[in-house]
Write a protein that binds this ligand. Structure first.
Ligand SMILES: Cc1cc2nc3c(=O)[nH]c(=O)nc-3n(C[C@H](O)[C@H](O)[C@H](O)COP(=O)(O)OP(=O)(O)OC[C@H]3O[C@@H](n4cnc5c(N)ncnc54)[C@H](O)[C@@H]3O)c2cc1C
Length: 378
């Protein structure tokens, strides 16, 4: 597939990513997924290659790459192992609060964060509410030089593996204006990751609840001031949603490539099934949807790179690309017939993995709300 990238450096970066994906990711994915083992060492390799801080400025220790390039890197990673691409996306999201709103002192952590020496987690969702995040109930009360945090976060990617946690919690009254963001280290007493969830897919990186049982977080770890937390959370998600869209494009492209390869080899009625129009039209529709999803995602990224408003376009990209990933992975199973339904081929795993992309970082119903509001508000 031909790509247009913004610089020679970006082409080199994509070549390096393909090499890492082929050498380090593809051979390990199925094994880690079936054992449910968290791939911390693989993430270190990805971090050493500079892929965990790509979209942040070089002056902060990042890769200084436009979002357009970062997303194409994510796409390549997702085509080999979705859990790694999702981890890169979540880590990138988790670095946003400090990078965009951090104090001078907090920003001293950025080089280690962006190099991936420190892995991040983003704690917004709670058991009683994910979509309605403005009504979160985890509370932080100021006591002397600390905030004391009490409550439960749910579905936290990297829970128990992360080195730093962005905690969105209530320091004030009801709704969005009462929310603040605290940065906690993993060894904070009272920060208690629970057992990983037993998930449909992404089994090498399942989320878990985190109980905050009177966890003391130093007051100088408040990011951006009291009451700014919800704004930080939403801005982080705008960019994060593009990451999820890119993961969806990569997963769907892998499914198209695999299904097409299978259709060229598999024979029925004395000829390759790819020669039946019923199959080749299905493949053509799959490939077209993936190209459209990629174009939408990259056009939103270019708006972001140009410093233009991009939040509605990011919602469209996340909605469209993740729905495409679900449809295309479903069709890939169909192209393989019975062989698509068993673990000997990766399409059954991709089908299970695609589902989560329609749910995380705002369900696709929530994306429709964002898009609909932009059309109906005067
Ligand atoms: C694998 C995985 C990893 C995750 N990682 C993280 C993470 O790292 N950090 C984090 O904070 N969260 C994380 N999440 C949580 C995720 O963001 C939430 O699951 C998601 O936002 C939905 O929240 P909910 O599960 O509480 O569903 P609910 O909000 O209860 O929604 C249930 C259903 O109702 C629909 N719905 C809700 N409100 C409306 C509405 N107004 N109009 C129409 N439909 C509506 C939803 O679309 C959904 O279909 C993760 C989830 C999963 C599964």
């Amino acid at each position: 597939m031909e790509r247009i990238l913004p610089s020679d450096e970006a082409y080199d970066l994509l070549d390096l990513t393909r090499e890492i994906a082929e050498r380090e990711l593809a051979p390990r994915a199925a094994d880690y997924e079936s054992r449910g083992e968290f791939p911390r060492q693989v993430l270190r390799t990805v971090g050493r290659a500079g892929l965990l801080g790509l979209a942040y400025p070089e002056s902060d220790g990042g890769g200084g790459q436009p979002y357009e390039t970062y997303l194409q890197v994510l796409e390549v990673l997702a085509g080999s192992w979705l859990a790694i691409a999702e981890a890169v996306s979540v880590h990138t999201l988790s670095c946003f609060p400090v990078a965009a709103y951090g104090s001078e002192r907090q920003r001293k952590l950025l080089p280690e964060m962006l190099a991936g020496d420190l892995l991040g987690a983003y704690c917004l969702s709670e058991p009683q509410g994910g979509s309605d995040a403005a009504h979160l109930v985890t509370r932080a009360v100021r006591e002397g030089d600390d905030y004391v945090v009490t409550g439960t976060k749910a579905w936290i990617t990297h829970a128990g593996h992360a080195d730093f946690y962005n905690i969105f919690c209530r320091t004030g009254g009801p709704g969005a204006p009462g929310v603040s963001c605290l940065l906690a280290d993993a060894d904070t007493p009272g920060l208690l990751p629970q057992k990983p969830e037993r998930t449909m897919g992404l089994r090498s990186g399942p989320p878990a609840q985190i109980v905050f049982d009177g966890a003391h977080v130093a007051a100088d770890r408040l990011i951006g001031g009291e009451g700014v937390g919800f704004r930080i959370a939403m801005q982080a998600l705008d960019a994060g949603r593009l990451g999820i869209a890119a993961c969806a494009v990569g997963l769907a492209q892998a499914a198209v490539d695999y299904a097409a390869g299978y259709a060229r080899e598999r024979e029925q009625f004395g000829r390759p099934i790819a020669e039946f129009q019923g199959v080749s039209f299905l493949l053509a529709d799959m490939a077209t949807q993936v190209s459209a999803a990629r174009a939408l995602t990259l056009s939103a990224a270019r708006l972001k790179d140009a410093g233009r408003p991009f939040s509605v376009e990011a919602a469209k990209a996340k909605l469209f690309a993740t729905d495409v990933a679900m449809r295309v992975t479903t069709d890939a199973v169909q192209v393989l017939g019975g062989y698509g339904y068993v673990a000997d081929h990766p399409v059954e795993r991709w089908f299970r993995e695609a589902k989560v992309l329609q749910i995380v970082e705002g369900t696709n119903q929530i994306q429709r709300i964002v898009i609909g509001r932009s059309l109906t508000r005067a």
